[in-house]
Design a protein around this ligand. Structure first.
Ligand code: NAI
Ligand code: 13P
Length: 328
């Protein structure tokens, strides 16, 4: 929709022929964006070949679980002078790879040439032209700036950033904390609890992020705190909604059935739990959410465990040495 508003010809690929026909004939996408009329320069197709073949840029926003499959199909029509932008927030749970790694492995290109689009941006608000700010991250400056130019307009402001690792990790990991914020609200706790979850959540996101090579400053940017705030507080957030149902006592399977859309934080909790063990990085909130989701731990027990941890200093286990590394 943003690209179409910028007068670009947009080919939208979907596997669902019914949805393709609805978009082309009625210019609506009633299941996902009810009540919205789409621009007439968005043409849907069920053929990836037709969507990609003559394009200069490709935007992939498949759920993380489908990223490898979609990238493999894309490879058939991929040309190296195309720009590949992705806006997916998650990991490949089997390999623990970030999305740009998965895409570049399948396309056979440099990971640093992929552009990551992330930040506080719910589709339901962007489609109504509500002011929105995001980040495009890539090691390839030219490609990042080209993506910035494609998307930027009066209601969609785009910043570039070189820190692909930090941007991808924040985008994925904040969904776990949003699940936790939903659980807290579902349990009937207040704003103090939510502020604590966001702040201590960001501390553990930064801790694992720095360990994996991210710039710590990225976590105080749009892809970090920005997206964490929106996902943990917005009525549109699927992760917050799923968490709040769990906090009210609904079983995970029933929650997922009722959502009908991807809740990335569930798979990401599994991936982050493995990452924290693999790298020996403490992620206590993620650990408790993992136990609630997959080990039938009661949400109140999880809260008691978090509140009852040993006394600590606020900056305990933060890799402060890396600040100097980034400032030189
Ligand atoms: N909805 C939003 O506002 C935002 C979503 N994202 C990210 O975008 C990604 C996708 O999320 P949504 O579009 O919101 O999810 P969704 O659940 O609303 O839609 C996912 C779409 O992907 C399709 N799909 C699923 N498996 C597929 C496969 N194997 N091949 C092709 N298509 C497949 C589904 O049919 C559906 O049309 C997630 O990683 C999410 O975190 C990022 C920013 C904002
Ligand atoms: O990442 C998002 C907004 O920036 C979307 O979050 P949800 O998947 O929780 O709706």
């Amino acid at each position: 929709s943003v690209l179409a508003a910028n007068n670009l010809d947009v080919s939208l690929w979907s596997r669902n022929l019914e949805q393709v026909n609805e978009i082309n004939e009625l210019h609506t996408n009633s299941r996902y964006l009810p009540g919205i009329t789409l621009a007439s320069n968005i043409i849907a197709t069920s053929s990836m070949k037709d969507a990609v073949e003559n394009s200069s840029a490709v935007v992939i926003v498949a759920p993380s679980s489908a990223m490898r499959e979609v990238s493999r199909e894309l490879k058939k029509y991929w040309k190296n002078d195309m720009i590949c932008i992705h806006a997916t927030k998650g990991f490949e749970t089997e390999t623990l790879h970030r999305m740009s790694s998965v895409i570049s492995e399948e396309l056979g290109c440099d990971e640093g040439d992929i552009v990551v689009l992330s930040g506080p941006s719910h589709a339901e608000e962007v489609i109504r032209h509500c002011p929105t700010t995001v980040v495009v991250a890539s090691l390839n400056k030219e490609k990042a700036e080209a993506a910035q130019e494609l998307f930027m307009n009066s209601y969609f402001r785009v910043y570039t950033n070189r820190d692909m690792v930090g941007v991808e990790l924040s985008g994925a990991l904040k969904n776990i904390i949003a699940l936790g914020a939903g659980m807290s609200d579902g349990l009937g706790f207040g704003d103090n609890a939510k502020a604590a979850l966001l702040t201590r959540g960001l501390a553990e996101i930064s801790r694992i992020g720095v360990e994996l090579g991210a710039n710590p400053l990225t976590f105080s940017g749009l892809a970090g705190i920005g997206d964490l705030v929106v996902t943990a507080t917005s009525q549109h957030s699927r992760n917050w909604r799923a968490g709040s149902l769990i906090g009210k006592g609904t079983k995970l399977n029933d929650v997922l059935e009722s959502m009908g859309m991807v809740v990335e934080g569930i798979r990401t909790t599994q991936a982050a739990h493995k990452l924290s063990i693999k790298h020996g990085v403490q992620m206590p909130i993620t650990d408790q959410i993992y136990h609630v989701l997959f080990k039938e731990r009661d949400t109140r027990t999880a809260v008691e465990t978090l509140m009852g941890r040993d006394p600590k200093t606020e900056m305990e286990n933060m890799r402060l040495d890396t600040w100097e590394q980034w400032h030189t």
